[in-house]
Design a protein around this ligand. Sequence first.
Ligand SMILES: [Fe+2]
Length: 138
Amino acid sequence: MATYIWNDMWTTGIPLMDSQHKQLFDALNALLDACSNNRASEQVDKTLNFLANYTVKHFGDEERLQIQYGYPDFASHKKLHDNFKKFVSELAAEIKAEGPTVPLIAKVNFGVGDWLIQHIYTEDKKIAEYIKSKAKLT
Ligand SMILES: [Fe+2]
């Protein structure tokens, strides 16, 4: 069962961002599913790697969009991305070392799931509004 169900409140209106955000939630759900169902550690590793790699890909694409449109808060937004990538890779290393323990699963929920929702709803929406306002001018 999916833990994170997409809410239209999180839609930015930029198709690339929205489809990748949905994909991130799918990846997160797959990881939580693998952790909670006592799946083989192979499945936990696989879903962890996918989430970590997809996060890097998505942030790269989102950063390119910001550069393309000259988003003025690019540097501070990139810092948020860099900190989160570091958090995810450290968390992945912890889960690989200790297995999906209850505190680590909680860290996935609060540190990854809640962070993503907050980030999309506040920071990414600002980028989307900026891009949409620029696109109207051209
Ligand atoms: Fe972002």
